[in-house]
Unconditional design. Structure first.
Length: 123
């Protein structure tokens, strides 16, 4: 499988967020991308990591992920939106809302509603 250099997510017409998954273990990049971008369900290791459960993270990690814990932490801190990790509630909410792509869709819907409200005089 070919490595993705960056994944660009269109947040609004003017904003794009680029996320670099390259420092993560190769076998985990697609799962991380699907979670961040689409709110996809992920396995036990990634769920524990995203939920900020250190003991469970180590317990569920394979050897590559144990070695990559510093890379995972850097990824969460520097690349991933802070609203997608940090607690079980944040992870569940992120998944329920469909990740960044769901956020973009909701944001565009709110913008459209506001514009329509302005046009029709309804707020």
């Amino acid at each position: 499988m070919q490595s993705r250099k960056m994944s660009a997510i269109k947040l609004t017409q003017e904003e794009t967020m680029e996320i670099n998954y390259d420092n993560l273990p190769a076998h985990m990049r697609e799962s991380a991308r699907r979670y961040v971008e689409d709110g996809a369900d992920v396995g036990g290791f990634l769920t524990a990591l995203l939920s900020n459960d250190l003991l469970e993270t180590y317990g569920k990690a394979d050897s590559a992920n144990i070695k990559a814990i510093p890379a995972w932490l850097a990824f969460l801190y520097w690349e991933a939106p802070s609203t997608c990790w940090g607690s079980v509630a944040k992870v569940k909410g992120w998944q329920k809302n469909g990740g960044l792509n769901g956020e973009t869709t909701r944001r565009e819907g709110r913008i459209s509603s506001t514009i329509e409200g302005d046009i029709n005089g309804n707020y």
